[in-house]
Design a protein around this ligand. Sequence first.
Ligand SMILES: N[C@@H](CCC(=O)N[C@@H](CS)C(=O)NCC(=O)O)C(=O)O
Length: 309
Amino acid sequence: MSELVLHHYPLSPYSEKIRAIFGYKGLAWKSVETPILMPKPDLLPLTGGYRKAPVLQIGRDIYCDTALIARVIDRLQPAPPLLPNALKASCAAFAAIEQTLFFAAVPTVFQPAGLKVLLERMGPELMERFSKDRAALFTGGAASRPGPEFGKTHFLPLINSLDQQLAAMPFLLGDAPTLADFCMFHPVWFIRSNAGVAPQLDAFKSLMAWFERIRALGHGSASVWTAAEAIAHARATPEVQPPDGPLLEPEGVRVGSSVTVAATDYGVDAVVGRLIHASVFEIVIKRTDERAGEVIVHFPRAGFRVTPA
Ligand SMILES: N[C@@H](CCC(=O)N[C@@H](CS)C(=O)NCC(=O)O)C(=O)O
């Protein structure tokens, strides 16, 4: 299999989702640490402007957003399956509430007890830059930055329902993990990784037993690469990954034309390139970077907007 390179940082919950999937699949991968906030001068040459974490690189193909990254990993390493046919719609239903649980977990961590731990870890100067960076991240998109009220009304009800479901079976959809588990795991991991707020989950025994089962899957085997190595790898790779799904052009744009692609929710930084493929699953553009050379950048079709550049 081609080299899997993950651009991520240790504190990132969505990155933890993919690290845990690597563990489930028993995969070897290259780990490139990215900054926790902007600027990200060694990531943007690959993505063309997309800044969120994580990003998956396979040679000169760059995959943005974990919805697409999970799909690509499952295609390259089908066993054990993330999306068993009999559970596809159930996985999609869990994927649809992933952001709700994540948005509920964030203000839960930012309660005074959690904030104190974060401040100790990051220091006041980085913490202040972090707050400004995240305010900017939520500028211009359809999603608002989740506040304490959202955390209060959404976190415990969802956690409680997961705990009850997990009292009946070891994983959310049965005896083996699926994408549903990884979508719900990372926000719980975010809470459990912060000693100030982690005890809030102690009472949810079935959820905690499930959490330990997923944690025990590990992260596969990672070896560290520098960002410079990853960029050089993109430049040196002639092969490209196959398109995923039959052509379905977005409204008003044609393959071959110059387009802008951006997420619609938050982190809406625009990426410009030539559209080379579009399907129900992905939007694929080609762009050239001074350092990385000609790269192919993939985005999920759902949740991203494509417009003529
Ligand atoms: N829909 C995206 C969400 C990714 C996301 O929000 N990642 C967070 C980190 S967990 C992020 O990028 N925050 C801003 C940053 O790291 O620059 C996905 O599934 O990949």
